[in-house]
Design a binder for this molecule. Structure first.
Ligand SMILES: Cc1ncc(COP(=O)(O)O)c(C=O)c1O
Length: 393
């Protein structure tokens, strides 16, 4: 079946967070795609809507089977049924895990730049975010293990949050890297939260490795957060899961999810997840091909028209991480200018920590016409900024 990722869909006036912007603005920020979800998911939701009763919902065996089947066939990982718990979102799960596994004032380690909401969760729970900054050579990122181990060794650090694949850099961590992180965390008694929400959004031909699949050490010292929401563009349905192989850890997480009111599905959460994980594969593969094309289009356009901006090389997510360091060391100001003058709305890099202050994140999960519009605005914005900078100098 041919799926359509090119028809422009007007999202204004639909209460979309992404599209809650001015008339002439083009939002390419939050990780939310401008495509309808898979027809199979729409059909499952249509059936639910037509039934017309939206009472309290249980978590049926079909939900466990759907997730187990998807990870077995697509990610070569056998999840046991008893390891799985439903939760309303990855961020609610992480919030609950932070409260269950750490005390106020304790430290939580992350490889930065990283998804900004982790900082918010840590700080709102009165814990301290500690950054192990990823090393960067002008085109890709990697881990400084000496720094990582020094920070894991701090007895005030009981938890690490890992983004696998990594938002915003798009790194897919390989098995050796994950094994090494797992060993270091076990050595220093640090539990790992592996946020794998972007795992199904790899470039065609690229696979991710689930952290818990790497070794018994990784499995039994981790909480993995997974969801169909990013890959199938159903974030507003609030449907996710945690995978916790260690029984003691699972009990703590389950209790925290219940206390945090995050363990009960809405009337749509289960049907959508089951449809995604049992029927969504062909749509997802077509989507991955479309995103890959968009990433190539963006890379080519930027290389040809804005060579002073570089695109960090990556094989996952639909978010591209733009290096503005040749133009400015304050990408926040640059992004503000671009937004004011062209309407292009990107995420500023500084919210992700690490060296993010010279970067911005651009969401390319849209129709190619819209992407071309965004890229033209980016080129114009950079040109204007450089002109104004020249005048000031
Ligand atoms: C790495 C990562 N984790 C979690 C989330 C949010 O997850 P949820 O909507 O399930 O809370 C996002 C959203 O962009 C994300 O990029």
């Amino acid at each position: 079946m041919k799926y359509d990722f090119e028809t422009m869909i007007d999202r204004r006036g639909t209460n979309s967070l992404k599209w809650n912007v001015g008339e002439n603005e083009l939002p390419m920020w939050v990780a939310d795609m401008d495509f309808q979800t898979a027809p199979e998911i729409i059909e499952a939701l249509r059936e639910k809507v037509c039934h017309g009763i939206f009472g309290y919902t249980i978590i049926p065996n079909a939900w466990h089977e759907a997730i187990m089947g998807w990870w077995r066939t697509r990610h070569n990982f056998e999840i046991k049924k008893e390891w799985l718990r439903f939760c309303t979102g990855v961020i609610p799960a992480i919030d609950c895990a932070i409260r269950a596994l750490t005390n106020p004032g304790e430290k939580i380690l992350m490889l930065t730049p990283i998804y900004n909401h982790f900082f918010i969760s840590i700080e709102e729970n009165e814990r301290e975010a500690v950054e192990c900054q990823l090393e960067y050579d002008g085109s890709k990122y990697w881990i400084n293990y000496v720094d990582l181990e020094a920070k894991l060794a701090d007895p005030k650090t009981p938890l690490m949050i890992l983004s696998n694949p990594h938002n915003p850099t798009g790194n897919i961590w390989d098995k050796e890297t994950l094994a090494r992180i797992g060993e270091l965390c076990r050595k220093h008694q640090v539990t790992v939260i592996a946020d794998e929400i972007h795992c199904d959004l790899t470039d065609p031909g690229y696979a991710y490795t689930p952290f818990a699949s790497v070794s018994e050490t990784c499995a039994h010292n981790s909480i993995t957060c997974i969801a169909p929401t990013k890959a199938f563009n159903i974030a507003g349905l609030q449907t996710a899961a945690v995978v916790v192989p260690a029984e003691g850890l699972r009990e703590k997480v389950q209790k925290a999810l219940e206390m945090g009111d995050s363990a009960e599905p809405s009337a749509f959460a289960i049907d959508a997840a089951v449809a995604a994980f049992t029927k969504g594969a062909p749509w997802l593969d077509a989507l991955r091909a479309h995103i890959f094309q968009n990433k190539q289009l963006a890379g080519r356009f930027i290389a040809e028209n804005i060579p002073e901006v570089s695109v960090v090389s990556s094989h996952a997510t639909y978010l591209i991480w733009l290096d503005f360091s040749e133009i400015t060391d304050d990408s926040t100001k640059l992004c503000q200018r671009i937004r004011e003058e062209t309407g292009l709305y990107m995420n500023i890099g500084e919210i992700y920590g690490g060296n993010g202050g010279q970067f911005a994140r651009l969401n390319v999960a849209c129709q190619s016409e819209r992407l071309k519009d965004g890229l033209a605005r980016l080129a114009k914005g950079i040109q204007l900024y450089k002109g104004q900078k020249g005048e000031r100098e």
